[in-house]
Structure formats: C-alpha cells, structure tokens
Design a protein around this ligand. Structure first.
Ligand SMILES: Nc1nc2c(ncn2[C@@H]2O[C@H](COP(=O)(O)OP(=O)(O)OP(=O)(O)O)[C@@H](O)[C@H]2O)c(=O)[nH]1
Length: 390
C-alpha cells in the first residue's frame, strides 16, 4: 500500500497537537514544578505538531524553507523536552547546553540544506543534535532501571534507546544503501518508516512522561506522609517503619540499636510566654541541636508534641548514654533567642538498648518511656537509663 510522507506527517501533526492539548488542558489549574514541566511538554508537542504540519504542506513551501523552518521547530521542541524532563525530575535544567545543541544543530542543518545541499550530511548533522538531546535526557534519567520504584524512568530510557536505534538505522541506510533518497519527503521505505516511527515517538514519550509524573507524585506523597511538617524530621509513622527496618537488620548481624526518648522540659511555660509560634521556633531549634549530635545512620523523629525519638544503630549502653548526655548538654548550653528574648530550654531523656533478648520496639519504647518519666520525676534536665530504672 503506498503511503505518502505528507499524509503521515499530517496524522503526526494532528496526534501531537491533540496530545499537547490534552496535557495542557488537563494540567491547567494548579501550580508547582511538576505541573509546569507537563505544560512545557505540552507546548513542546504543539511545536512538534507545527514541524509535522510544515512537512505535510511541503508542496506549498520551497525546499530550503522547509529545511530551515522544519528543523527549527523540531530542534526547538526537543530542547523544550530536555528542559521539561529535567524540571520534572528536579535536575539542573542545562538550558545553555540545550540551547547550544539546538542552535548548532539548526545552523548546520540549514547550511547543508539551503547553502550547500547535501542530504546525507544534513541527516548526519541533525542526528548528532538529536543524539546530544537524547544523551541529556538519558543522563537525567540515569539509574532508572536499577530500582523497582523508578520503572517510569526505565520506560522513558527505553523510548530514547529506540530513538537512538532509529537514528542509527536511518543514517546507516543513507550511507550504505544503493539508492539513498535526497530529502525526507521522498517516499522510500526508509523515509516512510522513519516518519511513521518518529511520529509515534511523541505518543510513547508523552505516556512515559505521564508515568514519570505519576511516579514522582507518588514518591512526594510517600515522603509527605512521613515527614513532620513543622520540624522536617521523620514523623511517628516513618519512625515506626525505620525502627522495624533497623531492628531487623541489627538482629540479622546480632548487633544493637539504641533508643532515646527525649522530651522538652516545661514546654507549656515556653508556649505561654512566647506564644505558639515562639514555641514552634524553639522546637525547630531543638531539632537542629539534636541533629548536630547524631552520627550518620542515626535517625531522629518527632513522635509527640514536644517529644522526639532517636534511633542509633550499633551502640552499646555506654555509647548511648554518652550520646544522650551530649544532646542534653548541648541543648542546655545553647540558649535560643525568640522575639529578641533569650530562652533557656532543657530536655529530659530516657534510654533503652535493643539487643539479644530484647528486639520488640513496643517493649523498648515502653522502657525508654519509663526512664524518661523517671528523669522528669527526678527533677528534669537529665538522662536516665532503662537499665537503672528497671
Ligand atoms: N508550640 C507548640 N507547642 C506544642 C506543640 N505540640 C505540643 N505543644 C505544647 O507542648 C506543651 C506540653 O505540655 P506538657 O505536656 O504539660 O509538658 P511540659 O510543659 O513540657 O512539662 P514536662 O514535660 O512535665 O516538663 C503543651 O503546652 C502543648 O500545647 C507544637 O507543635 N507547637
């Protein structure tokens, strides 16, 4: 069945335009980095559609205008996709690199189309520009097929891999074939297949892009559900998951996990004196002090209003008491200034160590809680071990 490049291009233009419109309208309300990236992708599709539109109208356009205009639109759309993917992933945008690739690609292709016409060199030059953009995308998506929760990155990586294969095949057939065409509109099997597949590419890439958007939103939701919004540390739920993980690991290699339960002393007074906002600032500063004392691998989380849990793998009783004492002393000796007034805060800490014979987090929490209660009763601003209060 004879297939005309113009007809295919028209179909591609309609498809890219429809996809772009759907993405644009579907994300029109709302703000944020991810939505902005989708809208940029939608605009890129509209630009891509214009490129295919030019190819469909080639009978009415001079060949050099087609080369100059068509490639300008194509390369512009590719540059926009590079930026959109990077924006979606939160990677550096590489605007300058994308613009340089686009400009050099367009200038070379235009030269080899209008001034010194050479179709094979023109395709090769344009392919190098496409290769540059694809490599930028692959770099942003790197590692996508390694982890289970980054499957959408993997899908997009495959789409770009197929694009590279298509480029290779097109150039190979041009340089090695016996009767190479002299422009993309010549209806040779290679050209028809190239326009057909490259026309489907926006569809595949858009689906991949939406999958990626979904993956990123899912991860953001996952994180949001596990972060305390006031202090930015793990919340009770995340600490529950972290303690299960840590205890299971330590149990595997017969190690230990230290548990610190820390409560700000007389916090009600701070709220009464400085207001709830002032109290919030004190809690944020307190978290900063705790974090400054932790080793890598230790985790702090907020498990109550002014109550924090620290998990420290691989420590023994003495090490844990030393860590607790360092935190207590740091808080006591670091006066904070709220609304221009100095605030002295102290904390009470209860400790417990998980090890052979005691791996149950509920029991550990209860022991640390009892030690904390003992520290409060003994006058506050002190560390108590569950061993001493057992
Ligand atoms: N600013 C602020 N205050 C909070 C927050 N969550 C809990 N609180 C306050 O923390 C105070 C806790 O008071 P209490 O449980 O009586 O304990 P306390 O005054 O610290 O006394 P002790 O623990 O016995 O030393 C209450 O006033 C709560 O309103 C919060 O997110 N922000």
């Amino acid at each position: 069945m004879p297939v005309q490049v113009e007809t295919l291009s028209l179909l591609n233009a309609v498809q890219a335009l429809a996809l772009g419109l759907m993405l644009w309208v579907g994300t029109h309300s709302g703000n944020g980095r991810a939505l902005a990236a989708i809208r940029l992708r939608a605009l890129a599709l509209a630009v891509e559609a214009s490129g295919y539109g030019l190819l469909a109208l080639q009978a009415f356009i001079s060949p050099s205008a087609l080369v100059i205009g068509g490639n300008a639109l194509n390369l512009l759309a590719q540059g926009m996709v590079v930026v959109a993917i990077r924006q979606l992933l939160g990677e550096p945008l590489r605007l300058k690199t994308a613009a340089t690739i686009g400009f050099l690609g367009w200038a070379g292709v235009s030269w080899l189309g209008a001034v010194y016409p050479d179709y094979r060199l023109r395709v090769l030059w344009g392919s190098c520009a496409i290769l540059g953009n694809v490599l930028l995308n692959v770099e942003a998506l790197r590692g996508g097929c390694r982890e289970r929760d980054t499957r959408a990155r993997c899908v997009l990586l495959w789409v770009y891999l197929l694009e590279l294969a298509l480029l290779l095949w097109r150039n190979g057939s041009l340089w090695l074939g016996s009767h190479p065409p002299d422009q993309v509109a010549t209806p040779t099997p290679v050209n028809v297949f190239y326009v057909l597949l490259s026309g489907m590419q926006p569809l595949f890439a858009s689906i991949g892009f939406l999958l990626l958007y979904n993956e990123i939103l899912r991860r953001e939701l996952h994180d949001l559900a596990r972060i305390d919004p006031l202090t930015g540390v793990a919340n009770r739920r995340a600490m529950g998951e972290a303690s299960d993980r840590m205890l299971a690991e330590a149990r595997g290699w017969r190690g230990s996990v230290g548990v610190l339960l820390l409560d700000a002393d007389h916090f009600k007074y701070i709220n009464d004196r400085f207001g709830h906002d002032g109290g919030d600032k004190v809690l944020q500063a307190l978290v900063g002090h705790i974090q400054s004392m932790l080793r890598s691998g230790d985790i702090v989380g907020r498990v109550g209003g002014e109550e924090f849990l620290v998990l420290s793998p691989g420590v023994d009783e003495a090490g844990l008491l030393a860590l607790a004492e360092r935190i207590r002393a740091t808080v006591e000796n670091s006066p904070m200034v709220i609304n221009g007034e100095p605030v002295r805060l102290t904390v009470s800490i209860g400790t417990a160590v998980a090890g052979p014979g005691g791996w149950d987090m509920t029991v550990l929490r209860r022991r640390a809680d009892a030690a904390l209660y003992a520290a409060k009763r003994a006058g506050r601003n002190r560390v108590m071990s569950s061993e001493a209060t057992a």
